[in-house]
Design a protein around this ligand. Structure first.
Ligand code: ADP
Ligand code: MG
Length: 337
């Protein structure tokens, strides 16, 4: 049974970035407006995510890290109307299975916060009063202590640095889609990235991409009905002769479906196609900077495809692609025949 647990856990928790992703999604599901992420030794010694969210109810604490417990959905109808990032009740239990976990939490109803120590099966082994304010802090120590091969994968400096970059990219993505969210990212006591609360997506893009890049972008908005699809965001200006928006070194493109950062190769490909004609360059070497916020009915998205939820299945994919193409045609003109 232990081996089975370890195997299934290591599918959800594949890396430092996957731990961070699950923890910040929990913070967002708890309506946090401030999230601090602290890593030590690239996350392998310690990953700590602190939020000012709702906290965990005393009644939920004993089961919070038991696999398949979730406080977020209670019926299969809920699953079709999903508005939270989490729904499987798998993350916390999986993290316990591959590391040592402490959870400190306080709800508005609690007088003080309590720190709980969890074992590898997600059960609480001890608890003590703590001094933290409302919200939840999850501390993950010795990640992959029992998966030496996985740890070995990160034995080089290069791999570690890449992982750190991935964590930052992920935080940047949530920072853009949640303008009102304050994020601080610390590694070995050095602040690597920080974002303040801002009022809207434009300001969020500005703080992430810089004013110069934002100056060469245009906002777009597109709406279709039946199924209801809303597209909005920023794309490079059509007259953009500037290379600011076509950085080929790092990818600065952000696609969100119902506020989830996603990889949608088809959408990315479409944007690059139209953009490359405009720039008269080979699309394989162009990485346009853009932000695309797609909202579709919750029932149209199936996030249950991959354990880490970055690939989502869109039931109206054709309609979404059609809508994206509409935006691109309006902005850049039709593709040459
Ligand atoms: P899921 O997110 O799918 O519900 P998780 O394993 O990620 O499953 O979390 C289990 C439960 O622990 C959640 O349903 C929630 O009740 C509680 N929880 C975890 N992290 C937090 C947090 N930061 N704030 C409030 N509750 C949390
Ligand atoms: Mg979760």
């Amino acid at each position: 049974a232990e081996t089975v647990r370890l195997l299934s856990s290591s599918q959800v928790i594949t890396s430092v970035v996957s731990v961070v992703k699950e923890l910040i999604e929990n913070s967002l599901d708890a309506s946090a407006t401030t999230i601090d992420i602290r890593l030590e030794n690239y996350g392998f010694d310690k990953i700590e995510v602190r939020d000012n969210g709702n906290g965990i109810k005393v009644a939920d604490v004993p089961v919070m890290a038991i696999k398949h417990f979730t406080s977020k959905i209670s019926s299969s109808e809920d699953l079709e109307q999903l508005t939270t990032y989490g729904f499987r009740g798998e993350a916390l239990g999986s993290i316990c299975c591959v590391s040592e976990v402490l959870v400190t939490t306080k709800t508005a109803d609690d007088d003080i916060s309590t720190q709980y120590v969890l074992d590898s099966t997600g059960h609480i082994t001890s608890q003590k009063p703590s001094h933290l304010g409302q919200g939840t802090t999850v501390t993950v120590l010795k990640l992959f202590k029992n998966l030496p091969v996985r740890k070995q994968f990160y034995s080089t400096n290069k791999k570690c640095k890449e992982e750190l970059k991935k964590v930052q990219d992920l935080l940047v993505a949530y920072g853009i889609i949640k303008p009102e969210l304050r994020i601080t990212f610390v590694h070995n006591k050095a602040v690597l990235w920080q974002k303040n609360r801002v009022s809207d997506h434009k300001m969020a893009c500005m703080s992430v991409l810089g004013t110069a890049v934002m100056g060469s972008m245009v906002p777009f908005q597109h709406r279709c009905e039946d199924p209801e699809i809303n597209l909005s965001g920023f794309l490079p200006k059509a007259d953009s002769s500037s290379s600011l928006t076509s950085l080929s070194s790092s990818e600065r493109s952000f696609i969100f479906i119902n506020e989830r950062p996603v990889h949608q190769k088809d959408i990315l490909k479409l944007i690059r196609q139209y953009y490359s004609v405009l720039m008269q360059k080979d699309s394989t070497r162009l990485y346009p900077v853009f932000f695309m916020n797609i909202t579709v009915p919750a029932s149209a998205v199936d996030v249950n495809v991959t354990p880490d939820k970055t690939e989502v299945l869109l039931h109206y994919k054709e309609s979404v692609l059609f809508a994206v193409e509409n935006v691109l045609k309006t902005l850049y003109g039709p593709l040459p025949a």
